[in-house]
Design a protein. Structure first.
Length: 152
């Protein structure tokens, strides 16, 4: 577990902290197909393994937004507000997809708390930089600054 904080000031005092890594997750074709169905993005590079063999990546790849959406699953392994009344996802800054995530790859999230602003003493707005590493790849599949607000 990365950072567990129980007050706005504890989060602010931890700015710059490396939050560690999540567990690995294999991105299989079933997950890619389910995401395609949920979003309506059925481009062949994601959902047609036969055609994708001859494509630019040698097989199907995860949607960039699928890789991004996995951050929500991994974030509690890196960063958690204990005893809060409410948490709000405010969005993301600087979302990038440096490398494709091939089907069958394992990914994990690595985090750093880059910003934490105390608001009215009882809340904090944080920015956590999350890098979605691809096992064996020099480049990550996604990097995003995740903005959240926590009320105590």
């Amino acid at each position: 577990m990365g950072l567990v904080f129980s007050s706005p000031q504890e989060a602010a005092d931890a700015v710059g902290m490396q939050l560690g890594e999540s567990a690995w997750l294999t991105v299989d074709q079933a997950r890619i197909d389910t995401f395609a169905d949920a979003t309506g993005d059925h481009q062949w590079i994601h959902v047609d393994p036969e055609k994708a063999k001859d494509g630019p990546f040698g097989g199907t790849v995860a949607h960039g937004y699928l890789t991004f959406s996995l951050i929500n699953m991994f974030l509690p392994e890196l960063f958690r507000a204990e005893g809060m009344k409410m948490g709000i996802n405010c969005g993301a800054d600087r979302l990038r997809f440096p490398a494709p995530v091939p089907v069958g790859s394992r990914v994990r999230a690595v985090g750093e708390l880059v910003k934490a602003d105390v608001l009215d003493g009882n809340a904090v707005q944080t920015t956590v930089r999350v890098t979605m590493e691809i096992e064996g790849s020099a480049k990550p599949g996604c990097v995003a600054d995740i903005v959240g607000r926590y009320y105590f």
